[in-house]
Design a protein around this ligand. Sequence first.
Ligand code: NAG
Ligand code: NAG
Ligand code: NAG
Ligand code: NAG
Ligand code: NAG
Length: 482
Amino acid sequence: MHLPYLAGTLLAGLAQASPAEVSPRQSETMLKVDMDIRKLNQRIDGFGFSEAFQRANNIVNLPEEKRAALVDLLFNKTSGAGFTILRNGIGSSPDSSLDWMNTILPQSPGSPDAEPAYVWDGNDSGQLWVAQQAVKYGVETFYADAWSAPGFMKTNGKDSGGGYLCGSPGQKCSSGDWRQAYANYLVKLVQLYADSGVNITHLGFLNEPDMSTSYASMLMDGNQAADFIKILHPTLEKNNLSDVQIACCDATGWKAQQQITRDMVAAGAEPLLGVVTGHTYSSGISGTQPTSLRVWETECSDLKGHWSTAWDSDGGAGDGLTWAMNIYTGLTTGNVSAYLWWVGTQDPATNNNNNEKLVLVDKDTYTVSKRLWAFAQYSRTVRPGAWRLDMLNDASNLKTTAFQNKDLTMAVNIINTGASATPVVISNTLIPARSAQAWVTDNTRDMDAVEVTVNPDGTVGGLSVPARSMVSLTIELASGLL
Ligand SMILES: *[C@@H]1O[C@H](CO)[C@@H](O)[C@H](O)[C@H]1NC(C)=O
Ligand SMILES: *[C@@H]1O[C@H](CO)[C@@H](O)[C@H](O)[C@H]1NC(C)=O
Ligand SMILES: *[C@@H]1O[C@H](CO)[C@@H](O)[C@H](O)[C@H]1NC(C)=O
Ligand SMILES: *[C@@H]1O[C@H](CO)[C@@H](O)[C@H](O)[C@H]1NC(C)=O
Ligand SMILES: *[C@@H]1O[C@H](CO)[C@@H](O)[C@H](O)[C@H]1NC(C)=O
């Protein structure tokens, strides 16, 4: 179905300072970017964040000039982070108290079969406006995800505090079976967004279903999720929305999601599911998900640290460099097709000004963390539809990934975890490079352009990856040979 855009074998090698210094030991550290038509890795959907729980209003309510600049910072692919996925929260709360996301169905229709009276405020906790700006920047992937069903559809009668969807296996309610009503409700949200110029491409009905919280939350295991998917999928089809992919289940950690994935697959839901989604709080990415579907890491952040903009404070949990490496692990070990941060913006008062945001919005101004630039290094160069290529023999101090974009450019991303600069040459045994661009992020630079040269033999060189930095390249190949 998804053929690679180009077949071939590409080699990238560590450059030696001078030919005299070449030793067999050094040539063994050659980086090989091997792109083999028979051995492709995952296709990339993109990189993103969320502005759920009214965080979107941090952007919406900035003075116009700052607001435009912040939107540009998030979505512009030549000067900003170039994010390509927005994850919206589907509101379940009766109103907008605190940071709640209000639902489009605040009143119970009385019974599951009664006509629901949807209420659309055209605001959606600020998220619609942000989504509309993203559309203007060419974002095409919108993941709408519900933290809970409205309270009257649940065993505990409220959208917070866990509880189950009435009618799910093992969960009976005197008010009846609300599964179909919940599916109809989710479809309604997709339709309201489409009417407002935003096409939801991915739809989720759970967030962290393995945990009950004081805010919107709903519990389900893999078997119950599979049961609901078997209702949601035909409901989307009936409404001519079969292009909308179901995403599940955003468990608190990678391991918790692996268990849910296993159970969903065993219950026969895999053919109806679009992508498997998981978070990395209760456990990080240490392997793949047990599915042949695409997998997204849909939420991560540094919840414990105090607000920090640092790139490299020696492995700090919120450091930009730490997150560049986490994204690398997701793309390689996790085989993920998308990597999403938690919230893009937050004010200083919320959660004691912790480090869960990329951008701190304080009254009329904002401050940007290096985590945003870690994402930018990937998101600006690895565009939706890119294929990840195999890396063989990566040097121990470098964490390198390579991709082929849909427009046939190559993206190469190199993190240098070492204490000294590492010269690299990226060579290509089949197709010479025609042009190349490179950018660096480190303590002092935010994806600043750095010089790189295309040698007469078609290799890309003249580049040294600074210590404790990340360098990304896009390489245009000589098209006459494609
Ligand atoms: C959406 O509602 C919030 C809260 O009332 C408000 O602050 C914000 O400005 C509204 N957004 C738009 C785009 O009108
Ligand atoms: C992105 O930024 C560039 C450079 O500042 C600018 O020329 C371009 O218009 C921006 N793109 C959009 C969609 O605004
Ligand atoms: C949304 O989808 C509709 C129907 O497929 C299409 O006509 C429209 O152009 C899409 N809008 C955007 C912004 O992609
Ligand atoms: C779905 O599309 C078909 C064919 O275009 C149309 O007849 C039908 O009314 C549509 N159904 C809905 C629910 O929009
Ligand atoms: C990686 O993900 C793709 C789908 O994107 C899947 O086809 C492939 O089997 C996965 N590989 C591994 C090793 O899990």
